[in-house]
Design a binder for this molecule. Sequence first.
Ligand SMILES: Cc1cc2nc3c(=O)[nH]c(=O)nc-3n(C[C@H](O)[C@H](O)[C@H](O)COP(=O)(O)OP(=O)(O)OC[C@H]3O[C@@H](n4cnc5c(N)ncnc54)[C@H](O)[C@@H]3O)c2cc1C
Length: 531
Amino acid sequence: MMSEEFDYAVIGAGSSGCVIANRLVGAGKRVLLLESGPADDDKFIHIPATFVRVIGTKRSWLYQSEPQRGAANRTMWVPQGRTLGGGSSLNAMVYIRGQAEDYDEWADLGCDGWAWRDVLPVFRRCEANTRLVDAWHGNDGPLSVTDTNYRHPLSCGFVAGAQQVGLPYNPDFNGARQAGVGFYQTTTRRGRRGSTAVTYLRPAMTNPNLKVVTQAHVSRVILENGAAVGVAYRIADGSERTARVRDEVILSSGALSTPKILLLSGIGPAQDLAGLGIPVIRNLSGVGQNYQDHLEVPVCGRTRKPISLLGNDRGLKALRHGAQYVLFRSGLLTSNVVESGGFVDTLGSGRPDVQFHVLPVLVGDVGREPIEGHGISINPCFLRPKSRGTVTLRSSDPSAPILFNPNYLSDQDDVDTLVRGVKLARAILRAPALAALLEKELLPGEADHLDDRTLANHVRGFAKTVYHPAGTCRMGKGDDSVVDPKLRVRGVSRLRVADVSIMPKLISGNTNAAAVMIGERCADFILGETV
Ligand SMILES: Cc1cc2nc3c(=O)[nH]c(=O)nc-3n(C[C@H](O)[C@H](O)[C@H](O)COP(=O)(O)OP(=O)(O)OC[C@H]3O[C@@H](n4cnc5c(N)ncnc54)[C@H](O)[C@@H]3O)c2cc1C
């Protein structure tokens, strides 16, 4: 075993981890950043339209759930990023912050200092928005936020069709109001993905105070006298390494891996740990509890002509698109695929409860036969799930997969919300702007009227993750929280968690911008800085 010493060790070079590493080395700290996956040197990561090709490769995790009773007993797959940039290197680049009420609710739940008025300045500070500079948006941060310069006819058809059924157009989902339909802004820069590896980590890479090790899989945090003093990890050749830290260890391994590392380190529900023969360092009942995710359900239409964004790009066409991209950084390859969408208040509660992710292509799910042919997928997803799941260990072997029971659709309200979203999506498919392009509806079915029971069966049979697992190391005040509002693990000194696992409640929207904000705040807390 070899051991080196640093001021800080950051575990996981994902959306949050890259931000923290950047900020700490920028403040003169010596930082070790450990990433389980390989470098992000795969062109399909950086060309926006090709990110789906990375899912299922060595640069992704594929977490498999236990069979889900609420989802027709299906085993569900949850892909996550496993490379520099983590999820921000694999995601659809949709830039969304959630709703102001989400963060105010966090504060009400005991997360002092996390209300909307506290986090908005951090979102603004992070952001380099190329169109918007106002009370909500900044333009001189590291995180590039841009409009896509390519808009597929089916995305435009959705935005027009949704207005034809009465939904308002919204030019900025992160501004004064979230509700409405339109085109997403994206974390891209000059036609390329702007992951946190590109925007935060790369500029820090030349700093001699930063050591980044890829293919370094952390098995546990080393604890002495109730304090984190280092990390144990395995490198590519299979040998074990340790590193010691003078100051702190920060866990940023994502909502499905951070609780695993805590549990393997002896921090978690005492009974579970004892049952696996892991010595209990700190009994924390909340570790691995409170799992939440957004689920969406496909509503698909087949187009009259072969016009899908993907699967259409062969021979001369592919050459033309490739040349256009290489020469001008424009055209189809700059599409983030999920170009359009929107937010709808289907209950009249005053807050949108459904989001649409619209793809100008027929999409399936991991583990399912692809849907052949050309078409559009309008996927409604619920924004504030009520179902809660768990992440725990199968064994004390760090290489064993987690025991993952997300409890998807265990709360009937989640099914009902998706049914309302499906009804609205079907109405938009039938609006003149889309009907002109479509031959027929493929999913859930062709008939104009489908009863609620049929739609609920469709939801249970087809719902899939939107890749936003969160909440498994929740922040709060009570004994069931894992970290305090400064992200410190309760009862363990010199150990913090900073990634989407700290969310007490999943935000109402995509999670990458929030992960960046959480990373920024963690660095602020460590460095004793305020906004
Ligand atoms: C396919 C996909 C599409 C998505 N689309 C969008 C979108 O369009 N917009 C949006 O806002 N959000 C999107 N998301 C979600 C968003 O990207 C994530 O919520 C966000 O990246 C989570 O950030 P994080 O820092 O919590 O974790 P991650 O970014 O997942 O980082 C965790 C890192 O830790 C590493 N790691 C894990 N275990 C270990 C270990 N034992 N040792 C060392 N390293 C380890 C991982 O490999 C990973 O790199 C998407 C996600 C996916 C997967």
